[in-house]
Design a protein around this ligand. Structure first.
Ligand code: IMP
Length: 510
């Protein structure tokens, strides 16, 4: 006979936090938002483990959310994007490589030109890479003998003869301030500062180009103190993977420099995911961070965390804003109930084995409060799709509808994404390219601002609430959290009452 759980499925909107004692030191500037993403053993330098986020937020592996611009913007804020896997292996690996080209410090030049190339050819290269500074080398490669530098300030596109060679317009080596290999980043930045330059080429002893150091990167770094970087000071980036082509996809992503992988599946409690996870672990050991899911029960979590040895587990089925899995297939669970069950299983696993497997609350976070409640309930970090689809950095074009600006947003299980490896014809994992039913919808979301703008507000609220609860880091926050369930009437009470608000009176927000 079927088992019926005694409790009803609860959602985040049904809970509120009670403040704890706020001491003098509990001020936002003292709060750390670092969150583990890789599993770690007790005593292994916790809480960071092998890999950690500087802010507890990642973007969903979705076509309408996580491309190169999102990955760059989110890593700059201390989070991580999971570049979507519903595309060819080559295209996804190329996206990862483009994010990894953003290195704080020494950059391998991707805009290099031969001295006899024309200005017209240079313009084409600059357009392709989006970079205005090009190194001129004897053989036109980024490891060739360095001859000079040319930027868009050295010629006028509509005045100069575009058929003249680059060598006529470049600043030649003898006039270029440059460094030698071995120079420290601090020295390189000092040279840029002293000579009022934008770019410092670093040369090998035999005169070949090694790398470039940009003033812009220094400024970026100073503006983004939480930037999430790898050991080589390159921006960190994640990638979605599936249980079908992982034997080809994962090696290509690892070669491109990916920092964390996550299986993208609506139901991850499966042998397909287990076998794929163990294959990756066998091949790469602890070098690659691999997460999976999604699950909504303690059993599902234990299977993926213990048997499949995953680094983190995503929780959530059916809560996503574009998700119709619950109505199509009848599977899912209220996100708060699912999360609390899995948090208990994570803590029990840690007690029993000393292995801590972080949890990601994925999907259905409708506002900043719900992000805060999810973290208070014990999620180590959250994954969001709609939230990021609404930003300037999502990969979709803006469209004007009525008198507002929107962006399209669609589920990975919608016909539009045709992610056949995730949502197969029979709803299982054995995809054949055709969808008999959809698990996601296709719609529009309003444009709200840039990633730094919206995330800045969300994280400011999170830090403030953490101070209300007397906590300086996320594990203290969930340890200190006392939650209460709310009645429908108390939700009404929580809104404003008996005042006139312009947007409701004049209706210009609809
Ligand atoms: P959101 O933040 O509420 O928009 O939810 C994003 C999450 O929804 C993703 O991280 C996925 O777990 C999930 N998701 C993405 N596409 C689909 C779909 O087509 N159907 C069901 N769930 C989806």
């Amino acid at each position: 006979m079927a088992r019926i759980l005694p409790d009803v499925s609860r959602t985040f909107a049904e809970y509120l936090l009670l403040p704890g004692l706020t001491r003098q030191e509990h001020v936002p500037r003292n709060v750390s938002l670092a969150a583990p993403m890789a599993a770690f053993k007790r005593g292994d330098g916790t809480p960071a483990g092998r890999f950690h986020l500087n802010v507890p937020v990642v973007s969903a592996s979705m076509q309408a959310v996580s491309g190169v611009d999102m990955a760059t913007a989110l890593a700059r804020q201390g989070g991580l994007a999971f570049v979507f896997c519903s595309q060819s292996i080559e295209d996804q690996a190329a996206m990862i490589a483009r994010v990894k080209a953003h290195k704080a410090g020494f950059v391998r030049s991707d805009t290099t030109i031969h001295p006899s190339s024309t200005l017209r050819q240079l313009l084409a290269v600059q357009k392709r890479t989006g970079h205005s500074t090009a190194a001129v080398t004897e053989d036109g490669t980024n490891a060739g003998k360095f001859l000079g530098i040319i930027t868009d300030k050295d010629f006028w596109e509509y005045e100069d003869n575009l058929d003249t060679p680059v060598s006529d317009h470049m600043t030649p080596l003898e006039k270029v301030i440059h460094g030698r290999v071995g120079i420290s980043l601090a020295e390189a930045n000092r040279l840029l500062h002293r000579h009022k330059k934008e770019c410092l080429p670093v040369l090998e002893l035999d005169g070949r180009l090694n790398s470039l150091v940009f003033k812009k990167d220094y400024v970026d770094h100073m503006n983004n103190p939480h930037e999430l970087l790898d050991a080589d000071k390159r921006l960190a980036v994640g990638a979605g993977i599936n249980t079908h082509d992982y034997k080809e996809r994962v090696p290509a992503l690892v070669a491109a420099g990916v920092d964390a992988l996550a299986f993208d599946s609506s139901d991850g409690y499966s042998e397909f995911q287990h076998d794929a996870a163990l294959w990756i672990r066998e091949k790469y050991g602890d070098k690659v961070v691999v997460g999976g899911g999604n699950v909504v029960s303690a059993e599902g979590f234990r299977y993926l965390a213990e048997d499949a040895k995953l680094d983190f587990v995503k929780v959530g089925i059916g809560g996503g804003s574009i998700c119709i899995t619950r109505e199509q297939k009848g599977i899912g669970r209220g996100q708060a109930s699912a999360l609390m069950d899995v948090v208990k299983a994570r803590d029990e696993l840690y007690e029993r084995t000393g292995r801590y497997v972080p949890i990601c609350s994925d999907g259905g976070l409708a506002n900043d409060t719900q992000v805060i409640i999810a973290l208070a309930m014990g999620a180590d970090f959250v994954m969001m799709g709609r939230y990021f689809a609404m930003t300037a950095e999502s990969p979709t074009p803006k469209v004007s509808i009525g008198n507002r600006i929107y962006k399209p947003y669609w589920g990975e299980g919608s016909n539009r994404a045709r992610n056949w490896q995730r949502y197969s014809e029979d709803g299982g994992e054995a995809g054949n390219g055709k969808l008999k039913f959809e698990e996601g919808v296709d719609g529009y979301v309003p444009v709200v601002g840039t990633v730094p703008e919206v995330l800045g507000v969300t994280l400011a609220k999170l830090r403030a609430t953490m101070c209300n609860l007397g906590s300086l880091n996320l594990s203290e926050f969930s340890d200190n959290a006392t939650l209460t369930m709310v009645s429908e009437q108390s939700i009404v009470e929580g809104g404003t009452s008996n005042i006139i608000r312009p947007e409701t009176t004049f209706g210009d927000r609809e």
